[in-house]
Every structure is written in C-alpha cells, then in structure tokens.
Design a protein around this ligand. Sequence first.
Ligand SMILES: NC(=O)c1ccc[n+]([C@@H]2O[C@H](COP(=O)([O-])OP(=O)(O)OC[C@H]3O[C@@H](n4cnc5c(N)ncnc54)[C@H](OP(=O)(O)O)[C@@H]3O)[C@@H](O)[C@H]2O)c1
Length: 350
Amino acid sequence: MSLYILVLILCGLVFVSLIMHYGLAAFGLLPDATTVQTATARDHFKMDYGFILNLVLLAAGLVVPAFNEHGTAGDKDMQTIELGGVSVPRIGQGTWHMGENAGQRQAEVRALREGLDLGMTLIDTAEMYAEGGAEEIVGQAIRDRRDEVYLVSKVYPHNASTQGVQTACERSLRRLGTETIDLYLLHWRGQYPLSETVEAFERLREQGKILRWGVSNFDIDDLAELDEPDCATNQVLYNPEARGIEVDLLPWQAQHNMPLMAYCPIGQGGALLHDTTLQRIADKHSATTAQVALAWALRHPGVIAIPKAVNLEHLKQNADASNVRLDDDDLAQIDAAYPPPTRKQSLKMV
Ligand SMILES: NC(=O)c1ccc[n+]([C@@H]2O[C@H](COP(=O)([O-])OP(=O)(O)OC[C@H]3O[C@@H](n4cnc5c(N)ncnc54)[C@H](OP(=O)(O)O)[C@@H]3O)[C@@H](O)[C@H]2O)c1
C-alpha cells in the first residue's frame, strides 16, 4: 500500500510540474521563455515525449497494487461465488464466541463492520453462539448496512420441529434486527425428521423470513437422505488437520453444484497458526500462516471459508488471503505434513 501511495505521489508531482511548466511557457512567464517558444521541432518532440512518459507513469502508479503482494483487500477484488442464487464473497466472517463477554462487544461490532469494509460481506452466526449474544452483535453491526450483507444463521437441532423452527427463526430475526435471513441452516442433525425441518424452512421462505435454507455438519449419507435440490449449502469443518471430506463429501457437493462452507479454516480457534509447514510456505509468499490455511481451503473453487477474527490486522490478512496462490510444491508440503485421506472417514465436527 505504501509503495502504491509513494509511486502515485511521485508521478503526480512530476505531472503537475510539467503542466505548470507548459502553462507558464504558454504565457511567456518562464525565465527562458524565448528558448521554449523558439524551440526546435526536436525539442518539442522531447517535451511531448516527456509529457507522454509521465502519463504512462501516472497510469503505472494506478496499477502498482496489482503487483504489490502486500496490498490489502481494498486494493483488489474479493473472489466471489454463487450461493443460493446470489453472488457472495468466498471469504466471510464467523462469529462463534462473539457476544460472550460484555466488555468485548464494542470491539466485536467494530470488527464485523471493518470486515464489511474489506469485502467480507458474508456473516455466519447461529442462535447457539452465546445463546443469541452473537446474533445481537451482528444485529448491531449491520443495523445501517443490512443491504450489504449476506446473512447466515443456524437453528439448534432441538428447535428443528415445525413449530420450533418458526419460533427460533423469529427470535433470531429480532436479535438480528432484520426481517429476512438470507440463508438459514440446520446446525447439525438431531431428533426431528429431516422432512419436518425442511417443511418448516419452506414455510419460512413463503413468509419471506428466510430466502434460502441449508444444513451444517451433514455427511454424504445425510445429504443423500435429505435428497433436496433446494439445499443451498452444507457447512462443515475443513482445514489441513481435518480433510476427510476430500474423499467423498467435497466431490459430491462440487458435482451437485452445492458450495461448501468451511468452518474453523485455520484450525479450531486458530490451532494451525504456529504450524511450521504453513509458516515455511507463508514466508515464501510473504504471507501469514492464517492466509496459507485460507488459501489452501479456497483452492477448491466450490469452497467458502468463514474465519472469525476480532483483531483488525487479522481481518485485513483474511480479506487478502485469496490473493495468496499456492503452487504444487506448497501443496505437496502440506500433503506431506497432513496426508490426504485415502478412504472414507466419518465427518469430524466441533
Ligand atoms: N457449523 C458449525 O458447526 C460451526 C462450528 C464451528 C465454527 N463455525 C463457524 O465458523 C467460524 C470460524 O471458526 P472458528 O471461529 O472456530 O475458528 P477460526 O476462524 O478458524 O479461528 C478463530 C481464531 O483465529 C484467530 N484468527 C483469525 N484470523 C487470524 C489471522 N489472520 N491471524 C491470526 N489469528 C487469526 C482469531 O483471533 P481474533 O478473534 O483475536 O482475531 C480467533 O482466535 C465460527 O466463528 C463460526 O461462525 C461453525
């Protein structure tokens, strides 16, 4: 970013000085005005050439961020994906553990708003997080920015009955301070028949209280049993330490054009932050371990990652992670440290 500003200022200064030079020369105000006015064709060519060169430099100043690896997400476009018929960023914001501590509320609200500024406009929350506290934080953060946000929330399995879904969703809407949740998920499978929960979701859709619905922590057999083309996503644990889904679930969702939302993408609670393999790769790319973990999850085109961050520097790194491109050697190093699964594993969840 600083390089960009520096180049822009330098080009701007040279450009302005040239304009002034031409202006003064035109009015005969330069000390050597006669020289300028009587310049030969070759001198004019030199001046025009210099003028054009400066225009080129100015343009170069505008595109420098495209080559600046350390640029923030504000410099580049966030990658997007179609989810439930809407284009959403591939890096969103998680909210687990937000709303648990009254002293942290202000920082959490500010973080979510900063994340929106950085393009992470998909926010994932749940009635479970701080028993509604996280939804309240989200509600406060998006109060005047609802239109910018793609809002995801989740219903507890013990509320997944016909009446339970209705009541839980209305409670979530009140806490979120909105009339509609963009995507409403069953947090994990519980005691109620899937058909009953789906019916309740569809009723909420008819009422305009949700736009789409989906599931979370569903393994491939659960999805097959659900057998619902209207299920917009499945949100599951995915990071280098938990890659069992690569055998079947991930390809299945890709084949069915169902984006996969990867939770705990940098290890649960940031468990992979000090991983030596990720650190080595991060050093090579002038990136951070969190960015490498996010880039690793995003190498699959159908994946959306939802890291949670309150620290502003973390937010900037996360928003910029899709600009870190891992090469074959990086991927091989991660495979060596965290071997890809060779056979079906039961779905891990936290
Ligand atoms: N469906 C489910 O069952 C389920 C389960 C778990 C989670 N989730 C969702 O997935 C989201 C993400 O999972 P998570 O919150 O467990 O884990 P996470 O996002 O993998 O990790 C969060 C931790 O990592 C830190 N962090 C984030 N970005 C960082 C960066 N660039 N550099 C260094 N540290 C960084 C955060 O610190 P700071 O906060 O201090 O910045 C926080 O301590 C949740 O918030 C939730 O929305 C869903």
